[in-house]
Design a protein around this ligand. Sequence first.
Ligand SMILES: [Cu+2]
Length: 192
Amino acid sequence: MMKRRSFLASGALLAFGASIAFFSMDLVSLAHEYEVGKIKVQHPWLRAPQDGDNKAQFYAMIENNGDAPDRLIGVKSEKFGKTTILADGKSEGPLTIPPKQKITLAPGAGYVDLLDIKKHLEVGWGLEMTLVFEKAGEVTIDAAIDAPDAKHAHDAEAMERWEKAHGKDNSGPKPDAHQGHEGHMMHHHDGM
Ligand SMILES: [Cu+2]
């Protein structure tokens, strides 16, 4: 698992890059990427569940440097149960990555639903999970856990809003910050 600090560092870089040009993330994607066979996975991240919910959405940029199409056919981890791949954001089905192309799973486009999450996913940390590609095989990645309303990977603004709403600003933890939140009973702060 990556340490929290490295996520914050790369988040700051990404926010900086994003403010210049939203689609120039390549410039700052030096770290946080994984390779298996001809497939490269960049900035895997997820939107943490809303308070009290147990499902999250997974996103990433997936590049196919091979000469043949490959498909993302599975996503697994002991931290969640069933997953549903929605390549077009609407209907269930594997995600095809054509040769020499990069596919971006992002809010408003394709994503993977992670269901039956068995553990609290702490925003700002990472979740180890395995992606299964039809040809390239399996690769274990560390997905950044972003705020439930994050617009892109390492969305520092969304994280800041989330931290304020959850009493995690600079004034330190406030034990009562969660009172009145729905689903507080499911909200365990035991780290990852
Ligand atoms: Cu990243």
